[in-house]
Design a binder for this molecule. Structure first.
Ligand SMILES: Nc1ncnc2c1ncn2[C@@H]1O[C@H](COP(=O)(O)OP(=O)(O)OP(=O)(O)O)[C@@H](O)[C@H]1O
Ligand SMILES: [Mg+2]
Length: 319
């Protein structure tokens, strides 16, 4: 696999190739996804772009394929809890989904005190309106998972924490619907925690996006991927925690930590991501896939050009 990764450094899926402008303004660019608006549905293609602190920094070989396949794995393993947006898989990196009215909040569920929540806690701040007990330590497990939502910021802005009470009082989501969101988010997180535990991993925290489809609550976007979640290894958790050391992780926090060590937290010039870093990160993503699914990652033989063509054909056939 390592040879494929090295070879892949120069042929990542950077973007959906629409150089003939067939898609026109149907093509919308997210930070990581290429979104094609088909009216009632979307074709969502997960590129190999990597973002951190809301900035696109580089591309990582096979990342889009790993994320898309992992997300499909999790949608499949949670469909008894809540319906999702999937209609069909289009290509290794691409899915056809129902276009939903996305709720204007990112629903973050946390099982442990870490990352930005830990940084805020240390400053004495509450976490999305939740006052945590005093004396908690870095990476400590909560008695039960907490929901710490944030507003979905416009492009270029950072998401802002918001309390569950404010979501309802500001009218972003109705009280009844928010209660359903909380219930589903916790059930999804518990399922993720259980399945990850069987694979020797801790699902530390994750971000869900919900939407309405014909008035019904569904889960959209991606689910339990290393881009939307933190995962740690169960077996080394306690020792690292007791020593106050960073956890061994299978997620993007690895890149975030490196960026912070270089003094970058989203503002100003980003440091250059070296080839070695890109290889290391690719291995992390593949490791996450293999650990979580229990299957070896077998990358598709499609080149980015061929995959782009396949996706465009799917779209034009349906247009
Ligand atoms: N089924 C769906 N219906 C409508 N919109 C969707 C659906 N699934 C995902 N989306 C939206 O598509 C976008 C996915 O693109 P991407 O993740 O690259 O965006 P992003 O720049 O990361 O934005 P954000 O940081 O808000 O997630 C998100 O804005 C997400 O809310
Ligand atoms: Mg996103």
């Amino acid at each position: 696999m390592i040879d494929r990764i090295h070879a892949g450094l120069n042929s990542t899926f950077e973007k959906l190739d629409d150089s003939q402008n067939i898609l026109g303004n149907r093509l919308i660019k997210g930070k990581v996804r290429e979104i094609v608006d088909m009216g009632d549905t979307l074709v969502l293609t997960t590129s190999d772009r990597i973002s951190a602190f809301d900035r696109i920094l580089s591309t990582i070989p096979f990342k889009g394929e790993v994320l898309n396949k992992l997300s499909l794995y999790w949608f499949d393993n949670t469909k008894d809890i809540i319906d999702n947006h999937i209609i069909a898989q289009v290509s290794p990196r691409s899915i056809h989904v129902n276009k939903c009215q996305v709720l204007p909040v990112e629903v973050i569920v946390r099982g442990y005190l870490t990352g930005s929540a830990w940084r805020d806690y240390k400053k004495g701040l509450d976490i999305s309106g939740i006052k945590l007990p005093e004396g908690m330590k870095m990476d400590q497990k909560f008695d039960k998972p907490i929901i710490t939502p944030s507003t979905k910021a416009e492009q270029g802005d950072h998401d802002m924490p918001i309390s569950c009470d404010d979501i309802v009082s500001k009218g972003l989501v109705s009280k009844e619907l928010w209660a359903e969101v909380e219930d589903k988010a916790i059930k999804l997180f518990n399922r993720g925690t259980e399945l990850a535990a069987k694979r020797g991993l801790i699902l530390v925290d994750t971000k869900y996006e919900f939407g309405l489809l014909n008035g019904k609550l569904v889960i959209v976007d991606e689910i339990h991927t290393p881009d939307s979640s933190r995962y740690w290894y169960s077996d080394s958790y306690k020792e690292s925690f007791d020593k106050g050391e960073n956890q061994k992780k299978v997620d993007k926090e690895f890149l975030r930590q490196w960026l912070m060590d270089q003094g970058f937290m989203g503002d100003g010039d980003a440091p250059e991501i070296t080839s070695q870093m890109r290889v290391d990160i690719a291995q992390k993503y593949i490791e996450a896939y293999e650990l979580l699914t229990g299957h070896k990652f077998v990358p598709s033989e499609l080149t980015p050009e061929a995959e782009s063509k396949k996706i465009l054909k799917y779209i034009t056939d349906k247009m």
